[in-house]
Write a protein that binds this ligand. Sequence first.
Ligand code: DX5
Ligand code: ZN
Length: 223
Amino acid sequence: MAKVAVTLLNADWSNLASDIRKIEALGVDFIHHDVMDGHFVPNISFGAYAQECIRKVTKKPIETHMMVYEPQRFAESYAKAGSNYYLIHFESCGNLASAIKECQKYGLKVGIVLNPNTNVEEAEPYLRKFDIAILLLMGVYPGFGGQSFIPETVGRLRQARHMIDRLGVRTLLEVDGGVNESSYRECLEAGADILATGSYVTKNLGSRETREFFKTAHAFRRK
Ligand code: DX5
Ligand code: ZN
């Protein structure tokens, strides 16, 4: 079965606790927390304190998506703020191997994120060498929710699926950005284990279609 992560980036932050309750009632598997500092991406979101507040409201695992340069600098503070998974961008680290080691020191399950223009095979040496919990392929260029899905992502997911299966590692494959009614099924078929989505869910929390999305993802069995 596939899992669903929902980002709160575009949730209603004036009613965050109730949005989280609604998302939990839909069957969310991970809370996806998008951290942006205005340098690695042209947008600013939240610091560790915002995640501490989320941690108080939900028991669900939090995957912190770090869209900042040298994210290992914040590993300790996000571990303390309740991160379970710490997703760092391949493109944001001067030395990815040492960044991974540093983050794992704080008990974080580390994931590697690839932007749409980073070749999937760049991740292979790290999947071989380290216990990488998640390989996340971006379906958009990072920085904002509500963007259109880049169609080439489906082929990249297929490529990443074959690579993970060939390596025989337990890394989960995730897609994040532009996942919605017209893209999620092909992402599942291409081999995604986790669908991360924002506006598709947070803008339609009560809809039958959103319930259908969770049901389809949770019922999906890869051939
Ligand atoms: C983009 C973020 C994504 C985005 C997903 O930089 O990493 O998590 O918020 O939002 P949607 O699903 O609306 O594209
Ligand atoms: Zn994200």
